[in-house]
Design a protein around this ligand. Structure first.
Ligand SMILES: C[S@@+](CC[C@H](N)C(=O)[O-])C[C@H]1O[C@@H](n2cnc3c(N)ncnc32)[C@H](O)[C@@H]1O
Length: 277
């Protein structure tokens, strides 16, 4: 029979933190998060039960090995925070990034609480953008599409978790191919990294079609601008790469629209825009 290691919570915390230290910037915190997830407890329980005995089990062992291989913690615990709420996540969808909260803010700057138009999100991924917008805009209607069935599976889980299945229609679609309805507001955090760029190893765990946007990188952004103009959509808010502002400005030079406003991320880089037509 396999011998299973028994340690106090405090000892586990130290052991996990020490094992992760060479690889993970915030090893002590990640050790706590792994234990909290493993024991299904909160931080208070962890801190007030430091001498409780905990037996190693298959999950904890596997979780530590996965993290030591640089798999993101969010995929191991199947949890991610976004805009102050908790979401389900797995390798089927991109891990939501903090800067994408600014895309939600950009949209909420353009419309008031009683906006009752139709949103369409292209590239819904885990569902975080449409879900947060639906929570802030109770009268709006949402159609959210993705080319990846795996991403739609993750989004479906989050819609159920947040009780929004009635308000957000998920659809399998390449861009707006399967969306014939009139759209008032288009929103997207499309893949915008240039094909072939070598990324950090932890990014290899994420769906590659959520990261790479094409030979140049901004192909999908430009296609979405074309769709906004050709389908008479009033607003388009979009996240972009830090170096894509000038290309987008040039692309829109001779096109007919009302205004184009860019926003920056927390590090001060250009990160997105809202196009009003
Ligand atoms: C950067 S991720 C964004 C996911 C999520 N909205 C977020 O912000 O975390 C881009 C998403 O676009 C989807 N996607 C890529 N190409 C697409 C296309 N042609 N049509 C629809 N969705 C696409 C990917 O599958 C991925 O889920």
């Amino acid at each position: 029979m396999e011998r299973r290691t028994k340690r106090t919570l405090k000892e586990w915390q130290r052991f996990l933190a020490r094992s992760l230290l060479p690889l993970v910037p915030n090893a002590a915190r990640e050790a706590q998060l792994l234990l909290m997830h493993h024991l299904r407890c909160d931080e208070l329980h962890l801190l007030t039960n430091q001498n409780a005995m905990v037996q190693e089990d298959a999950w904890l062992k596997a979780a530590l090995l996965r993290r030591m291989e640089n798999e993101p913690l969010e995929y191991i615990t199947n949890k991610v925070d976004f805009y102050g709420e908790e979401f389900y996540i797995d390798q089927g969808a991109l891990i939501p990034r903090p800067e994408t909260e600014l895309l939600v803010d950009a949209v909420l700057k353009e419309v008031t609480d009683d906006f009752s138009g139709t949103f369409c999100e292209v590239g819904v991924g885990s569902g975080i953008i449409s879900i947060m917008l639906a929570k802030h805009l109770p009268k709006a209607r949402f159609i959210a599409v993705d080319i990846s069935k795996e991403a739609l599976r993750v989004a479906r889980k989050n819609l159920a978790l947040h009780n929004l299945e009635d308000r957000i229609a998920l659809r399998h679609s390449d861009m707006l191919e399967n969306v014939s309805e009139k759209i008032d507001y288009l929103v997207s955090n499309p893949p915008y990294i240039q094909n072939g760029v070598v990324l950090e190893s932890n990014l290899s765990y994420e769906p590659q079609n959520a990261l790479f946007g094409g030979e140049v990188g901004d192909e999908m952004v430009r296609e979405l601008i074309n769709l906004t103009l050709s389908r008479g959509i009033n607003f388009f808010s979009c996240e972009i790469g830090y170096d894509q502002k000038a290309i987008i400005q040039t692309y829109l030079k001779n096109k007919n629209y009302e205004s184009l406003r860019f926003y920056k991320d927390y590090a001060g880089f250009d990160r997105g825009f809202t196009l009003k037509c």
